[in-house]
Design a protein around this ligand. Structure first.
Ligand code: SF4
Length: 291
């Protein structure tokens, strides 16, 4: 149990949203501070799988020292093809204190990382907010990256205003049936589109200085075989309802993992034509497509 009186109103409000837990759209209503867990499988304190400089992220996040990634175990989505299932579904990692999490951020900064990149943060934002407060008081000044599967509630996101500099959500699906079958989240499209709107409202289009992102929205869209990701609809939404200057990474690296072999439609890589079509369409719509 942490001493919440030592933290800001925002952090205390995030903690309150965890008891009973309505932090994310699952709204499990479990009391996580009493040891109960919901769909994400994580209690009050976060479980960290790894923390360190990462050079495989988008080049605007990497720079010379890498992106300072902190991978959180557990996830509020149930993607049957998850490439990190040992972290998200099997929840491999170690539980950390707020002080330890803050210390990790300071160490990543001292190492020379370009930012602090919270990977799969949605279900542990109370601890992230508390640790950020602590780290910033001790001199942590790097931009923060919210690297999310994109199933986030607007109410929670509003509390992150000022804490997060770069939002990097997935936009996984535009179709409820695909979202239900592949990620157990039939409301993903409407939730995701509302979340992306709130993120853009807070930070705007992606700003890049000397090759490094400093603030803004960066969308990740993983092309799935058989158009299950609804690439055209996702791109139309971004161009029409977010900004024609939205930065997007149209990702080609899908490969069948975890339980994907039980679903014939996703049990193959997307074809070159499927990938290039999605990229071409995003460019036609004027989006800033990362190479
Ligand atoms: S954060 Fe976890 S426990 Fe809370 S509502 Fe979401 S899935 Fe459920």
């Amino acid at each position: 149990m942490i001493d919440l009186d030592a933290y800001s109103d925002t952090t205390r409000e995030l903690w309150r949203l965890m008891n009973p837990c309505t932090l994310c759209p699952r709204k499990c209503n479990v009391n996580r501070s009493e040891g109960q867990t919901g769909s994400c499988g994580i209690g009050e304190m976060p479980v960290v799988s790894s923390a360190g400089p990462h050079f495989g992220e988008e080049s605007v996040l990497v720079g010379r020292g890498g992106s300072g990634t902190i991978f959180f175990a557990g996830c509020n989505l149930g993607c049957i093809f998850c490439q990190n299932y040992d972290i998200s579904h099997l929840r491999h990692g170690r539980q950390v204190t707020i002080e330890k999490l803050a210390q990790s951020m300071l160490e990543l900064q001292a190492y020379g990382c370009s930012n602090i990149n919270f990977v799969t943060p949605t279900h542990v934002v109370p601890a992230i907010a508390a640790a950020l407060e602590t780290a910033r008081k001790k001199g942590m000044s790097l931009p923060t990256v919210y690297n999310t599967g994109g199933y986030d509630s607007v109410e929670t996101l509003k509390l992150l205003k000022g804490l997060i500099d770069i939002y990097m959500p997935d936009a996984k699906y535009a179709d409820a049936e695909a979202a239900d079958q592949l990620s157990a989240a039939p409301d993903y499209p409407e939730i995701n589109f509302a979340a992306v709107k709130e993120m853009h409202r807070q930070v705007g289009d992606l700003q890049v200085e000397k090759g490094l992102a400093t603030q803004g929205l960066l969308i990740r869209h993983l092309v799935l075989p058989n158009n299950l990701a609804g690439s055209v609809e996702v791109i139309d939404f971004l161009a029409g309802e977010i900004s024609p200057h939205t930065t997007i990474n149209v990702m080609a690296q899908y490969r069948p993992c975890y339980h994907a072999d039980s679903y014939p439609e996703v049990n193959r890589r997307p074809s070159l034509d499927e990938i290039t079509s999605a990229r071409r369409y995003a460019k036609q719509k004027g989006l800033n497509v990362l190479d």
